[in-house]
Write a protein that binds this ligand. Structure first.
Ligand SMILES: [Mn+2]
Length: 330
């Protein structure tokens, strides 16, 4: 990449991942997956980060972290008894939380911070993406996940809302979910051509049709593996840059890691990233000169961790790595 130093310095400063204030937005939601446990994720990750290993005491990533914002999910009486009914039982509390997340993400970006929405299940991205969309002209989304989460209520087998955030973001669910599809004040909040998927390896038939018909940029896990971790990620970032987006939201679902590495997910599928590969991904994101302005960190189920707590260590350490922590002897 060439250009005068002023331009490259300005463009580097657009990427907020590894510099500037960070705001953790704790979103303890499990209603989107209808699987209890994800609500324990945000507190566990935040604690792990505050108490975890410090590599370089001179430059502590934690110094950039602002006081956490802890959001409340409206409680549903007898929620566990209402699971898997395929009737959008949990839509109202999710819509309420989504409005709060969108407001928090928007104001954090406008305050020049990096908002990190910590789930919770992936339905938290309904609010975070649309909050990010409010704070820019044209939002790109990099969705790193085993699943494309682009179902609508009518195409979803499970009816679980955490499989729908990208259909909401791209306006494909606007007819069935009008209120939460318009949190950004424009539909779609994100154009399908401004989305990149990386790591997809578990997909529904209807979702395959959506990705094909809308020509959405996708590298399945096999294709990403063949491109190389850095190569495939570079292609995605090049695509977003070529689209002319002025902000990029990164949504990182921890189930993209391999279940032998990271068992504490509700929707595991074999063939995922190792911790070393995932670490490379987030470090390359931090080195990109494009406008990353917001991040999701989702789908950690502490109740499904192994006895040594490896998933917790990974969820905490990878997030610190994304924010600039490096294993390096100072
Ligand atoms: Mn997923």
């Amino acid at each position: 990449m060439t250009g005068d130093s002023t331009v490259s310095r300005d463009s580097r400063n657009r990427n907020k991942l590894t510099r500037g204030p960070v705001r953790f937005i704790q979103a303890p939601l499990w209603y989107g997956s209808e699987r209890p446990g994800a609500e324990l994720g945000p507190e566990a990750i935040v604690t792990e980060i505050s108490e975890g290993l410090r590599w370089d005491e001179r430059v502590d990533v934690r110094d950039r972290i602002q006081p956490n914002l802890v959001l409340t999910v409206p409680p549903v009486p007898n929620a566990r008894g209402l699971r898997h009914r395929r009737d959008l039982t949990f839509l109202d509390p999710i819509a309420s939380l989504s409005r709060d997340i969108a407001d928090a993400v928007e104001s954090s970006i406008r305050a020049d911070e990096l908002p990190v929405t910590i789930g919770g299940d992936h339905a938290v991205a309904i609010g975070s993406i649309q909050g990010a969309a409010r704070a820019c002209e044209r939002l790109g989304v990099l969705w790193i996940d085993t699943h494309p989460d682009v179902n609508t209520p009518s195409t979803s087998f499970s009816g679980h809302i955490h499989g729908m955030p990208m259909a909401v973001a791209t306006g494909l669910a606007a007819a069935e979910l009008p209120d939460i599809s318009n949190l950004a004040g424009r539909v779609p909040a994100v154009r399908p051509e401004d989305v990149c998927y990386l790591g997809i390896r578990d997909i529904d038939m209807a979702e395959r049709r959506v990705l094909r018909d809308h020509r959405i940029w996708t590298r399945t896990m096999e294709e990403w593996s063949d491109d190389g971790i850095a190569g495939g990620l570079g292609l995605a970032l090049d695509h977003l840059a070529a689209q002319g987006v002025d902000a990029v939201h990164v949504s990182f679902d921890l189930d993209v890691l391999d279940p032998t590495v990271f068992p504490a997910c509700g929707t595991t599928y074999p063939g995922g990233l190792t911790m070393r590969e995932a670490s490379q991904v987030v470090r390359l994101l931090g080195a990109w000169d494009g406008p990353i302005r917001s991040l999701d960190w989702v789908e950690f189920y502490p109740n499904m961790d192994d006895t040594t707590g490896n998933s917790l260590k990974i969820a905490g350490h990878l997030l610190l790595t994304a924010l600039g922590e490096r294993m390096r002897i100072p």
